[in-house]
Design a protein around this ligand. Structure first.
Ligand code: FAD
Length: 520
């Protein structure tokens, strides 16, 4: 006779970044019951601090990471297809810098990049005469030749939220502002202690735990093992946002004399995003901020290329994140592998814990599929892989038909400015209809094209709880709203949240949420 145990869920996921949310979506779509606990807001960790590229990673070719590059290249068009609202193709200009990598080497790298796999819709590389091409205009005259190639852009934090939303629509319970503070193996299961922002503690029994805590992965592993762990190398990366440096719509990839590269990317209409840096980081990941040395490095590196030097006076905003890279013993931060590693921890047949180390936004869906293979081995198979073809919420419209969506929205809401409708289409896709409502209005206006209908939607459907969730993660309206408008948003959210029923996870005594399983 085996023992019988009650479970609150098959899988408890610790961490609501891209990897936790991606696994929650895949697993709940296959029929596993899932609870995801995120100690802060969704994507409040590394997943909102990326360069926001869905890319193969041209630079990783130099480190012979062919497996990673090929997988990531293939993912570009898959992800674009399932999320055509928040992902769009972007052309990159790589100027040839005399004295750095020779032109033939760049051409060879780009040839591989074009042919390693997966490029069916994105246009191939071409050579540019920068003297005659508009992308040469803002650059110094010494840059004569360049190459233009394809990758894609993503609203990183929205990708996380849409995965979580889809997981919830398929039955997962998504708990934001809920920290996992204890993980104990007991009677063949995990008993986890969760604590929410209000200090309320709950116990959750799970058959399996996924540790997708990103930069905190070692401390969560320590909760389960009771020992201190060091599997990840924390590498800080920072970005600066400056007033728009040029008018065209391409991004640049610049090589630096230190062998690194930086990007300059059109950002939020009025700005240019410049990043990133790579420096080893040893402090609390939640306290990471850009250093003066990083700002100087980015300004100097960009000014090496742009005719008009980029200075402190151009700075508008900055952000910083910590890469949780799998520690492969590389000597330099920039050389540490960007690939992911999944490790199963199951001592003496105890409950399984799957730890996620490393990974890219670009490869999150494949990482989730790999995690599901391990889950199947532990819990038994349910459904098959499905996420490569099913659109994320709002992404159920054909590629390249964004303009048609905007026109259709305009018919529903003729009085709403076209720029506001464009932003809504890019953020919500076909779900923008839900924000406009039958009357075609945005509600009471707060500022920068943000109306109360959208804020209500973000609270009801996307777990927004404080103004920063709306301003810096569900959107980047923080760059566009005045201080007064931000205060108005805060006042509206306080009022709207006060009217809502508090949501929390069901307590253990709720028998209807339990599943009884026998182990023979
Ligand atoms: P995170 O997003 O950090 O999520 C982990 C979550 O776990 C956090 O939200 C945290 O709050 C939560 N958590 C931790 N402990 C607990 C606990 N005890 N209880 C509950 N919750 C907990 N990738 C790309 O593909 N393209 C790029 O252009 C790109 N650029 C990058 C640029 C920079 C500067 C950096 C830093 C990374 C970049 N990446 C890029 C990599 C990518 O951003 C990361 O690999 C990815 O976001 C990691 O996601 P994650 O889910 O593992 O971690």
């Amino acid at each position: 006779m085996g023992k019988t145990a009650n479970f609150d869920c098959d899988i408890l996921i610790v961490g609501g970044g891209i990897n936790g949310a991606g696994i929650a979506r895949d697993a709940s779509g296959r029929g596993y019951s899932v609870i995801l606990a995120e100690m802060n807001d969704l994507a409040s960790g590394t997943s909102s601090a990326s360069t926001k590229l869905i890319h193969g990673g041209l630079r990783y070719l130099e480190h012979y990471e062919f497996r990673l590059v090929r997988e990531a290249l293939i993912e570009r068009e898959i992800l674009w297809n399932i999320a055509p609202h928040i992902i769009h193709p972007l052309r990159f200009v790589l100027p040839h810098h005399r004295g750095l990598r020779p032109a033939w080497l760049l051409r060879l790298g780009l040839f591989l990049y074009d042919h390693l796999g997966g490029r069916k819709l994105l246009p191939p590389t071409r050579t540019l005469n920068l003297r005659q091409h508009e992308s040469g205009t803002p650059l110094r005259d010494s840059f004569v030749r360049g190459f233009e190639y394809s990758d894609a852009w993503v609203q990183d934090a929205r990708l996380v939220v849409l995965n979580a939303r889809d997981a919830a629509d398929r039955g997962a319970e998504i708990l934001t502002r809920t920290r996992v503070v204890g993980l104990e193996r007991r009677d063949g299961a995990f008993e986890a202690t969760l604590e929410d922002d209000a200090g309320q503690a709950r116990k959750v029994r799970a058959r399996l735990v996924i540790n997708a805590a990103g930069p905190w992965v070692d401390s969560v592993l320590g909760l389960a093992t009771g020992t201190s762990q060091s599997n990840v190398r924390l590498v800080q990366g920072s970005h600066i946002v400056v007033r728009r440096l040029y008018a065209h719509d391409r991004a640049y990839i610049f090589q630096n004399a230190d062998n690194r590269i930086i990007f300059a990317i059109p950002y939020e209409g009025e700005f240019t995003l410049i990043g990133t840096t790579d420096r080893d980081y040893r402090d609390d990941p939640s306290q990471v901020v850009i250093t003066e040395a990083e700002v100087d490095y980015l300004l100097t590196s960009a000014s090496e290329y742009f005719k008009r030097p980029v200075t402190h006076a151009d700075l508008v905003w900055s952000y910083s994140g910590v890469r949780p890279l799998y520690d492969d013993g590389a000597s330099q931060a920039q050389q540490a592998t960007r690939d992911y590693v999944l490790k199963l921890d199951r001592p003496d047949g105890g409950a399984p814990l799957i730890n996620i180390f490393g990974g890219k936004i670009t490869t999150y869906r494949r990482l989730a599929e790999s995690a599901l293979k391990l889950i199947e081995q532990q819990l038994g198979a349910r459904g098959t892989a499905w996420t490569s073809t099913q659109p994320l919420p709002g992404g159920d419209f054909p590629l390249r038909e964004m303009d048609q969506l905007v026109v259709a929205l305009q018919q529903r809401a003729p009085s709403v400015p076209i720029n506001a409708l464009r932003r809504l289409s890019r953020a919500y896709g076909t779900l923008a209809y839900d924000i406009l409502g039958p009357g075609g209005s945005l509600g009471e206006m707060i500022g920068g094209g943000l109306g109360t209908n959208e804020v209500d939607f973000l609270i009801e459907r996307e777990w927004a709880a404080v103004p920063d969730d709306v301003l810096w993660r569900r959107s980047k309206l923080g760059l566009h709203l005045s201080e007064d408008e931000q205060l108005r948003l805060a006042a509206y959210m306080t009022q709207a949240l006060a009217k809502r029923e508090p949501t929390s996870i069901k307590p253990l005594s709720d028998a209807s949420s339990k599943e009884t399983l026998s182990h023979d």
